[in-house]
Design a binder for this molecule. Sequence first.
Ligand code: ARG
Ligand code: ZN
Length: 418
Amino acid sequence: MKTLLILFVFMNLRPGHCTETRDQILSITPITQEQVDILKNVSTQYETSLWQPASPQYIKEETQVHLYVPANSSETVVDLLEKHNITHEVLQANANELIEMQTKNDSTDPRSGATFYERYHNLNDIYFWIERIIQDNPSKVKLILIGSSSEKRPLYVLKLSLNDNPGKKAMWIDCGIHAREWISPAFCLWFVQHSLSFYGQNQDITFILNNMDVYILPVLNPDGYDYTWTTNRMWRKNRSVSKSSGCIGVDLNRNFDANWCTEGASNDPCTEIYCGEFPESEPESQAVADFLRNHKDEVQLYFSIHSYSQMLLFPYSCSREEAENHKDLLEMTREAAQKIRRYYRNTYKYGAGSKTIYLAPGGSDDWAYNLGIKYSFTFELQDVGQYGFLLPPSHISKACNEALIAVKTIALRVIEKT
Ligand code: ARG
Ligand code: ZN
């Protein structure tokens, strides 16, 4: 015991391993308006990254704020919180280590039992994976180039078509619209793998694929995703440069034509929820919108995969109005959440976006809904903040299986109805 203790102290005293100098994730709950204002200041003045809510303007009393605080500002920030008696809790004391765990995992470690799908992959590896899937399954998977990103990377959609029933409908799944939400692309890969491996084995996926083709866009925002691997793990937006301000990035999930740039988005290019110059100003959102417009009679079901907060959302997020088929959508997400609870013992909230999280205009789900895709969903996968965007690779399988059962539950209901 004594030796262990000494060893522990020794390890912590090694240069660069002192706990106070690591990046931290804090959960902070302001109680008074004064504390709210201080916190808004902290998140804008210091070099921090606001995880929840998406923008400082939505910080309010008695609501948890999740803040990523880099080592160099952590002492100042914590001192400030303590000076003003603001309740806070350290969710992660060493976020650097979490980031390392996620990236070094990309190379095959023979000692780890994790499969390819239980690890995170950088953009190049995802492009290689796409190539291999196409080569290995030429009759089942087609590659569709729907456009290119602002830094000219290709936007590839995989079309899964496992059966040639005439008049088949389709579902769409996009992942990685927000760069730092790494579990999202991981889910798209997971879904493809599951479909190809379990078609003809698993009853639900077989039935679904007999009745629907699937269009999958594994990384909607490749520039941002690449940037989170090379430069800044906390990046959210795409990487296009605003001419007026020099600031970088449009929030692609504020760039669609659904009450574009109203409350819940910002016209300031330097914010995390910048809506862009005009609807579909960005090549990524335009490519998706063009593709769906061209396939709108075929695509009945739309999913956009995000993280984190464990929610199954449906329109509207761009207004407080109820969707015309609100009851159906609510019932579908209720059933999906119930399955997740029963099979995976985990809790997901469900409901219309505007009432369940916050007003968020210009989202792809609302836009797809208004185009006529009446079953349109945004999933927020694990977790609820313990690791946030830094969900460890060891959690990928459970997180993806939860989302998978939700996708399947809803797809089965949609097939039943049509
Ligand atoms: N958290 C995501 C975002 O900020 C989704 C919010 C819900 N909005 C939506 N349109 N579904 O973009
Ligand atoms: Zn997101």
